[in-house]
Design a protein around this ligand. Structure first.
Ligand code: BGC
Length: 752
C-alpha cells in the first residue's frame, strides 16, 4: 500500500444509504468547531428543518431519525434547552453551502447523472475532497473537484474550494453560496433571531441569537476565478448570493469560499462582527497557500506527538489513524470550559454531554500525547464542581456528586432516572482520573490548587451515600455499575473499589498536606471548611467499605447479588448477532438477567491490574465474556486489553477488529450518529496498554512495556510522554526499544 492510502479514509462511488454514515465519519474540526461531512449542496429528500419532539430513551437502542442525511455544525459550549431532554448542544447553521445549477438543473448527487464519484478524508491535514463528473440534462460534462478544511491554525476559519472543468459542450453555470439556518437540533430550533445579510464584495453573513442568549456570527467571502456579479437572495432563514457564469468546453473555473465563525463565548475580546472581519482580513493577507501551510503544519505537529505506526497490518494502520484523527480534532486545546462529548462533536445523539468516557477512556491518550489537553479536561471537572455540589444537594447529600451526563455547568442532564440516579461511579471516576493525571505528570501543584477541592467534596458525598450494615461495614446499595443492564444492584465491585480508592486517597493526601505543608493545609481547610474529624471519617469509611470479593475469590462477582439474577439463553433469544442484544429482550426482562451490556469486572481489572492474580483475570474473562453483549461501544477495547494480557492473541485480535468496526464498518454504519469517541480512546489503550503492554502511569514510576503483538504485526511504534519527557517506543515481535526524544528538537518542530 502506498503511504497516501495509509492516511486516507475513502468513499468509492456514491451510495445514498451510506451518506449519513460518511457524514459522521468525515466530520472535520479543530476543537473550536466541528462540521459533519455533508455535501456543500445538501442532499435531496433530506430536509434539515423537520420539527419533532425527541423523547428520553435508551440512546443505544433508540431508532435514529433522518435516515439519509443530518447536517451538523457544533461549537462546544453553545447549548440550548430541550423541553424533555434538558441541555443539548445546538446544531448551528450550515455554513458550507455552495450550490450549482446549470440549464435549470441543480447539482444533486441523487438526481443528476454523476460518474467517477470519489470522496476521501485526508487524515494528515483533516481535509475533505470530492471529485466526480456531472453530465447535465442539457449535455454539458463538468469535472468537479471539491476541497475543504477547517483551519487548525486559525480555529475560526473554514476554507472551501471548488474547481470545475468543462469537459464538453457549453452553457451557463449558476453559483449559489449559502449560510442556512434551516437546521434543527433533535427536531427543535434554538434560534431566537436570525439575521441574514449581504456584505460588500461578494460576501454574506448570518447573525444568530440563540434562545439562551448566545450570539453566533458567520461571515463568508467568495472568490471566483472569472469576473461575476453577485446578487443577494436572502430569505428569513438563509443568507445567499447568486451569480451566473457562462462556460465553454475546456474552461476551468475556481470558486473559493472562506468563512469565519465567531461567538460571544470566544475567549477573545471585541464584537463577534469585528472579530469575524478581522479573521477574514488576516486570512486574505496571508493568501491561500500560507493559510493552508500554517494549517497543515499544525496538523503535522499534532501527528508527531500522537501517530501510531503499524507495519504489517495496513487496515489496522488506517483505522487507528482515523481514531487518532477524531481524538485530536475533538479536543478544544485552549478551552477548559468544555470537555469532549460522547459523540466527539460529530452528531446529536448524546446531546453533546460529558460522561465518564472522558476520564476513563479518553484521558490516557491525552495524558501521554498532550498532557496540557489532559489537564484542561480535568480542569473542566474543577470548573463544574459547583454543579456537582448542586447535584448532591438535589439528591439530599452533602458534598459533590458528578453528573452521569454533565451539562456545561456540571448539573445532571440525564433524562433517564436509572442512569442519573444509580450510575454513581462517575463521581469516583473523576477522582481516579485526577490521580492518573498527577501520577503521570508529577504536577503536584494541581492537587493543592484544584484536585483537593474535588477530593474533599466528593468524599463528603460518599460518606453520606454509604449505608452501614449491622456488622459495621459500609455498603453502596441501589447501584448501577458500568454494566447498564443491571440498574439496581448491591455493592457493585467496580463502583465500590473506585469509591474506596477515592476515599483512601482523599484521607491520605489531606494527611500528607498537613504534614508536609501545614500552611497549604490550613488554606485548604479554611476554603473547604474541613472539620477536624472529617479526615478520619474519610479514612474509616474507606477502610470499612465492603468489596464483594477478596484476594482469594476465584470469580470476582460483579455485585453482591449478581449470582441471583436469571441466566439467559442467548442462542435462543439473540437470533441476529449483528444487532444489539437489547433489541431482542424487553428492558424489564433484561434488568433481571445475567446479560451484561459492557465490561464491568474486567474494567475494574484494567484500572487496578496489580490487585488481581492472573488466575482471577483468566476466570473473570472466561466467565463474563460469554454473557457480555458488548451493546456498549466501551466494551470491546477493555476485553481486547485483558485478552492480550492473558496471552489470548486470537481473542485480542478479534476484539481489535470489533473495536475498529464500531465506527469504520460500512455494514454497521456506526459513525452515522457521531463518532464513538470513547472507543477511539479505547483503541489507543488497546494498542498501548494491550499490545505494547505499557504499565499504566497510575501504578508505575517507570515506563515499562511487556509487548504481545498481534500475529502479522512486524513493528509497532508510537510516541509517548512519560513524566514530562518524550519517548518513542518501538516494538517488534522479538524485541522492543524505548528512545528518549530530544526535547528541544520535538518542541522546535511544534512551533512552525
Ligand atoms: C454506555 C456508557 C457510556 C455512554 C456514552 C452508553 O451506551 O453504556 O458507558 O458512557 O454510552 O458513551
Amino acid at each position: 500500500m502506498n503511504e497516501e492510502k495509509l492516511w486516507c479514509l475513502k468513499e468509492d462511488g456514491y451510495h445514498a444509504e451510506l451518506h449519513k454514515y460518511y457524514e459522521g465519519l468525515f466530520t472535520q474540526g479543530n476543537g473550536y468547531m466541528h462540521v459533519r461531512g455533508s455535501f456543500e449542496e445538501g442532499c435531496s429528500d433530506a430536509p434539515q428543518d423537520e420539527e419533532y419532539l425527541r423523547f428520553p430513551d435508551n440512546v443505544t437502542l433508540e431508532k435514529p431519525r433522518h435516515p439519509k442525511s443530518k447536517q451538523g455544525t457544533f461549537i462546544p459550549g453553545i447549548v440550548g434547552r430541550h423541553p424533555l431532554l434538558k441541555e443539548e448542544i445546538i446544531n448551528l447553521p450550515f455554513y458550507l453551502g455552495l450550490e450549482f445549477r446549470s440549464g435549470g438543473e441543480s447539482l444533486d448527487m441523487d438526481r443528476c447523472r454523476i460518474s467517477s464519484y470519489k470522496r476521501w478524508l485526508d487524515l494528515r491535514d483533516g481535509s475533505l475532497h470530492r471529485s466526480f463528473i456531472w453530465e447535465t440534462a442539457a449535455g454539458m460534462r463538468l469535472y468537479c473537484k471539491y476541497d475543504r478544511y477547517i483551519s487548525m491554525a486559525d480555529s475560526h476559519l473554514c476554507i472551501q474550494r471548488v474547481q470545475i472543468e468543462v469537459l464538453s459542450s457549453e452553457g451557463s453555470l449558476e453559483i449559489k453560496p449559502t449560510l442556512r439556518a434551516d437546521v434543527r437540533t433533535n427536531g427543535m430550533s434554538h434560534f431566537a433571531r436570525i439575521t441574514p445579510a449581504a456584505e460588500p464584495e461578494g460576501s454574506l453573513s448570518l447573525d444568530i441569537l440563540t434562545e439562551e442568549g448566545n450570539q453566533i456570527f458567520m461571515l463568508s467571502t467568495l472568490e471566483v476565478s472569472e469576473a461575476v456579479t453577485w446578487q443577494g437572495e436572502h430569505t428569513a432563514i438563509m443568507a445567499s448570493l447568486r451569480a451566473e457564469c457562462p462556460l465553454k468546453s475546456g474552461d476551468r473555473l475556481t470558486v473559493r469560499k472562506l468563512t469565519a465563525v465567531t461567538t460571544d463565548r470566544d475567549i477573545e475580546e471585541g464584537t463577534v462582527r469585528d472579530r469575524g472581519l478581522l479573521h477574514l482580513d488576516q486570512a486574505r493577507d496571508l493568501g491561500w497557500e500560507e493559510l493552508y501551510h500554517r494549517h497543515a503544519a499544525k496538523w503535522k505537529s499534532k501527528w508527531q506527538d500522537a501517530d501510531i505506526r503499524i507495519q504489517g497490518d495496513d487496515a489496522a494502520q488506517v483505522n487507528v489513524r482515523a481514531s487518532l484523527y477524531h481524538l485530536i480534532r475533538s479536543n478544544a486545546e485552549r478551552d477548559d470550559r468544555v470537555a469532549i462529548c460522547a459523540k466527539g462533536y460529530a452528531g446529536e445523539a448524546y446531546f453533546g454531554r460529558y460522561f465518564w468516557d472522558t476520564e476513563i477512556n479518553l484521558l490516557p491518550f491525552f495524558l501521554h500525547t498532550n498532557p496540557q489537553a489532559a489537564r484542561n479536561l480535568l480542569l473542566f471537572r474543577y470548573h463544574t464542581l459547583e454543579g456537582a455540589r448542586c447535584n448532591a444537594r438535589n439528591y439530599g447529600y452533602r458534598g459533590a456528586r458528578y453528573a452521569w451526563e454533565s451539562s456545561l455547568s456540571g448539573e445532571e442532564q440525564c433524562a433517564n432516572w436509572q442512569y442519573a440516579d444509580h450510575e454513581i461511579h462517575i463521581t469516583a471516576d473523576v477522582v481516579y482520573a485526577l490521580y492518573h493525571y498527577m501520577n503521570a505528570t508529577g504536577d503536584d501543584e494541581f492537587l493543592e490548587h484544584y484536585a483537593i477541592d474535588i477530593l474533599v467534596e466528593t468524599a463528603r458525598y460518599w460518606c453520606d451515600r454509604v449505608d452501614w450494615n449491622p456488622e459495621g461495614y459500609g455498603e453502596l446499595l441501589g447501584v448501577m455499575g458500568p454494566d447498564e443492564y443491571l440498574p439496581f444492584t448491591r455493592n457493585n465491585a467496580f463502583t465500590n473499589r473506585m469509591v474506596k480508592f477515592s476515599l483512601e486517597q482523599t484521607a491520605l493526601c489531606l494527611s500528607k498536606l498537613l504534614h508536609s505543608k501545614p500552611e497549604g493545609y490550613a488554606a485548604v481547610a479554611e476554603r473547604l471548611d474541613i472539620r477536624p474529624d472529617e479526615r478520619e471519617l474519610f479514612r474509616h469509611t474507606a477502610e470499612k467499605l465492603r468489596l464483594p470479593y477478596d484476594s482469594r475469590t476465584e470469580i470476582v462477582p460483579q455485585s453482591d447479588d449478581f449470582a441471583q439474577y436469571a441466566d439467559v439463553e442467548f442462542d435462543t433469544l439473540w437470533t441476529d448477532r449483528s444487532r444489539p442484544f437489547g433489541h431482542f429482550i424487553s428492558q424489564e426482562r433484561n434488568y433481571r438477567s445475567k446479560a451484561l451490556k459492557q465490561a464491568d469486572v474486567l474494567e475494574l481489572m484494567l484500572l487496578f491490574p496489580q490487585e488481581f492474580t492472573r488466575e482471577q483475570m483468566k476466570a473473570a474473562y472466561a466467565y463474563y465474556e460469554p454473557i457480555t453483549t458488548h451493546d456498549s461501544s466501551l466494551s470491546a477495547a477493555v476485553h481486547g486489553i485483558v485478552a492480550s494480557w492473558l496471552g489470548e492473541k486470537e481473542e485480542a485480535a478479534k476484539f481489535l477488529q470489533r473495536v475498529m468496526a464500531i465506527d469504520l464498518s460500512v455494514e454497521k454504519k456506526g459513525a452515522a450518529e457521531g463518532i464513538h469517541i470513547a472507543n477511539c480512546g479505547g483503541l489507543w489503550q488497546l494498542i498501548v496498554y494491550g499490545f505494547a503492554g505499557m504499565t499504566s502511569a497510575m501504578w508505575s514510576e517507570d515506563l515499562h512495556l511487556e509487548p504481545r503483538l498481534p500475529a502479522g504485526w512486524e513493528e509497532l511504534s508510537f510516541p509517548i510522554v512519560w513524566r514530562g519527557d518524550r519517548y518513542r517506543a518501538t516494538v517488534r515481535p522479538d524485541a522492543y526499544e524505548v528512545t528518549k526524544l530530544d526535547r528541544r528538537k520535538s518542541d522546535a518542530s511544534q512551533t512552525i
